[in-house]
Design a binder for this molecule. Structure first.
Ligand code: ZN
Ligand code: ZN
Length: 809
């Protein structure tokens, strides 16, 4: 049996050794003058290598904005305040959403980056505060930084009597009471609502009693298990409001997302109207899809893994030039052209590698030129961020390699080009990152550089999946019993639960309450269910999979941070390289009894990659499709996994140094899985030899996991899989794909609901990959517990053809 489970966040996988071969142009245009036209720039970039790496060029045309009149209800003072900040009139989508909200409808505005979503909620909220001098507004952002930015925006309007204020973990005690009593526009985050405001509802009664609007900004970030928790925090908020006799209007803002009304409905538990027609103006973008070339298998610089080092079969597989190297070259080339460029790289280490390589390559061409490229990793102070923005704006800095920390909360303008190193996981993020390009309506260039994995490869060969498809749905599952039960405990600690509350909390609430009673956490009385303990329940919205493990620096005893229990075996095993705020540490010891890992500062030139073995048994079937020789199932499963070893790989080359054994206990996970079975006869008929069945299923499993993020907002690290030629519970050849979170997070459910589209994309991704025997772009997985063995690429296509031929659409 093959097993693959969760969580390997280390960077620079599969990075072949390869010298930077393209030298940048010697001439440099100084200062921030207009760069070359995007089409010309792209022509020069793609002409530099041997083959043409560009698989598609999309021209996203410029769009003129569609303004709308101010709503008649918007008071003159408010219009004047906006006009002073440069807003002459709202765009159509802003006015439409504002009108709906003002009429009392729950609304979500889901439009692109910089389309002015804030005005859509500021307008009705502030107009209401003006009309009713007692009314209040609660604003929620996923990060403190974003709430602080919004506070500045609202404060800058200088409206009388609003007294906007942030209320979060950083708010001094002395100010808290003043804010509760006097602020009418409180900005906070879901964690503070959960830990502070709702448990302290008695102190907040004055504010909640008058609450007119709840604004939920960047609501697409509330997905998976975290999103499911936030959904219940919002239900708890609605319950407290109802006790005080108020029913606030919810206004949500989201990046462009698939079916935003449904996602917002799941998040809030309310019927929500969506506004999605973006009427803001934007400059045109030339968007290129870029696939680094396959390296010749026999070059000494091309083979990432000496065969003798692994004892595996990786040497049979071809490898592409790494996206990091390719992005570094492109960054050097655009900077040499005088083009202000931002490169998005998924990991901090990766961003540093890209910046360092680009700098070196530029300095080789013109000594000193490398100084105009920098790395940005997030976690910077506000002043440091502003300094960086200033340097980029003035052209002191021309190139920046960053993690997606820049996606939220940093305001960069005046970029001519954006390089995206690896698909960022969702189309929503892709458009947010690409949306950074273009200064004041000018034409800009965006390039997506494909990494060596099935999803990236599929996308650069299926531009319609990027440019023609609606963006993916935000997936969350409030019915997850592992979320529902602790949230009901929190609700009961705030006020006894009533039968009406069970309706509010939705499917499964009664079962969860019964379990809490049986466990002694709640007591049933004629008036409802009461929390029995003195202390409040301890529930972390963002943690999952067991108690968090503390990371402690041995020499100083300093607590660096925590890692959730589910990931700790993967990230904090003895010998693991652990990155924190850009600093590299090595783990000395993982003490599971104390929930603590001891580390020391060390930056070795290798990364570590944990491997596990997995066993799975079916608990129950929720739903299934009987399609002749093929069966498709959704249900609960028990997964047992054990981290058994880890590999050390050179960061620069991806070369495997060695594999070391680990002695960690096995762990159990009850979760939700989707699985399909095939009859052995149908496989024989399709030409799959019995001996090749394990490799066929295993390859199909890897690729299916790789492609699931196309359907749901997860990434492959949220999902696990297992395949086997005969499973004791299904008695047939079977491929399982399961949520890597206790109780499930909605990913497997989404996969089941879109099974034929998902497996069709999987089949196409494998078939269209140019390699012969399988590569990381199609059927190999970077976190395979079995060292990517066995794998059969041609037979995986046959397996999926059988499934697709029988499964109804
Ligand atoms: Zn391939
Ligand atoms: Zn595997």
């Amino acid at each position: 049996m093959q097993g693959v489970t969760s969580n390997d966040f280390s960077s620079a996988r599969h990075t072949p050794r390869h010298d930077l071969e393209s030298s940048p142009a010697a001439t440099v245009s100084a200062g921030p003058g207009p760069g070359p036209a995007p089409a010309d720039l792209l022509r020069r970039l793609r002409a530099r290598g041997a083959g043409d790496p560009v698989t598609h060029v999309e021209r996203v045309p410029a769009r003129a904005g569609v303004p709308a009149p101010w709503p008649s209800w918007a008071p003159a003072e408010l219009r004047a305040a906006f006009a002073k900040r440069g807003v002459i009139a709202p765009w159509q989508h802003q006015a439409e959403a504002a009108n709906l909200a003002y009429e009392g409808q729950h609304v979500i505005v889901a439009t692109g980056t910089a389309s002015g979503k804030s005005l859509a909620y500021q307008l009705p909220a502030l107009a209401t505060l003006h009309a009713d001098p007692r009314a209040t507004v609660l604003y929620l952002a996923p990060t403190k930084a974003l709430a602080a930015d919004q506070l500045r925006a609202v404060a800058a309007l200088e409206l009388e009597g609003v007294r906007p204020a942030c209320y979060d973990g950083d708010t001094p005690r002395a100010e808290r009471e003043w804010i509760r009593r006097h602020s009418r526009f409180v900005l906070t985050n879901p964690d503070m609502l959960h830990h502070g405001i709702l448990p302290g509802h008695a102190q907040w009664s004055g504010f909640l009693r008058r609450l007119a609007y709840v604004v939920i900004d960047e609501c697409h970030t509330y997905r998976g298990v975290f999103g499911s928790h936030v959904a219940h925090v919002l239900r708890r908020l609605r319950r407290q409001c109802a006790r005080f006799g108020t029913t606030p209007v919810f206004v949500l803002a989201s990046a462009t997302s698939g079916d935003p009304a449904t996602a917002a409905g799941r998040l809030t538990g309310l019927p929500v109207t969506a506004v999605t027609d973006d009427a803001s103006p934007r400059g045109g973008v030339t968007f290129a899809l870029w696939e680094p070339p396959l390296l010749p298998p026999d070059t000494d610089s091309g083979s990432p893994v000496p065969p003798q080092a692994t004892g595996e079969h990786d040497d049979l597989h071809q490898v592409r030039r790494s996206a990091l190297r390719e992005t570094a070259d492109l960054l050097a080339d655009t900077v040499a052209e005088g083009v202000r460029t931002l490169a998005f790289v998924r990991s901090r280490k990766g961003a540093e590698v890209v910046a360092a390589n680009a700098r070196r390559s530029l300095d080789d061409a013109v000594p000193g030129l490398g100084d105009r490229v920098a790395a940005y990793r997030g976690g910077y102070l506000r002043e440091e961020r502003r300094e960086l923005e200033r340097a980029l704006l003035h052209g002191d800095l021309l190139g920046l390699a960053s993690t997606n920390a820049l996606e939220l909360g940093v305001d960069l303008i005046g970029l001519d080009a954006v390089l995206i190193c690896g698909y960022p996981g969702t189309r929503a993020s892709l458009w947010q990152q690409a949306g950074r390009a273009g200064r004041s309506g000018q034409e800009a260039l965006a390039v997506l550089v494909a990494r060596d994995d099935p999803l990236d490869t599929y996308l650069v060969h299926h531009p319609e999946a990027i440019f023609g498809a609606p963006v993916e749905a935000t997936v969350l599952d409030p019915a997850n019993p592992y979320v529902l039960a602790p949230q009901l405990a929190c609700a009961a600690a705030e006020a006894p639960l009533t039968p009406a509350d069970l309706v509010l909390f939705g499917d499964g609430a009664k079962e969860a309450v019964d379990q809490l009673v049986a466990a002694g956490a709640l007591r049933q009385r004629p008036t409802g269910w009461y929390w029995r303990h003195r202390e409040r329940p301890e529930v972390d919205l963002r943690g999952e999979g067991g108690a968090p493990v503390c990371v402690v620096e041995s020499s100083t005893g300093r607590l660096l941070g925590t890692v959730d229990g589910g990931s700790s075996h993967f990230l904090l095993h003895p010998g693991a390289v652990y990155l924190h705020q850009g600093v590299s540490y090595v783990v000395d010891d993982l003490d599971l009894a104390d929930g603590c890992a001891l580390v020391h500062v060390e930056e070795p030139d290798w990364s570590t990659h944990a491997r596990d073995v997995t066993d799975l048994s079916v608990v129950s079937v929720r739903s299934y499709v009987d399609a002749g020789p093929v069966g498709m199932f959704l249900g609960e499963v028990d997964v047992t996994s054990q981290v058994v070893s880890y590999q050390r790989r050179r960061i620069a080359t991806g070369e495997v140094i060695d594999t070391r054994p680990l002695d960690l206990p096995a762990r159990e996970l009850r979760t939700v899985a989707v699985w399909f079975t095939l009859s052995p006869q149908s496989l024989t008929l399709a030409g799959v030899q019995p001996a090749d069945v394990p490799g066929a299923l295993h390859a199909a499993e890897h690729a299916a996991i790789g492609l699931l993020p196309l359907m749901a907002t997860c990434d492959r690290w949220d999902i696990g899989g297992l395949s086997t030629a005969v499973h004791p519970d299904t008695e047939a050849p079977t491929v399982f794909v399961y949520d890597g979170h206790p109780g499930g997070a909605g990913f497997a459910e989404r996969a089941y609901g879109t099974a034929s589209a998902w497996l069709r994309a999987t089949r196409d991704a494998i078939a269209e990959c140019g390699c012969e025997t399988g590569c990381p772009s199609c059927v190999q997985s970077p976190k395979c517990g079995n060292g990517n063995n066995p794998l059969s690429k041609p037979d995986a296509i046959r397996v999926l053809d059988v499934v697709l031929a029988n499964l109804p659409d």
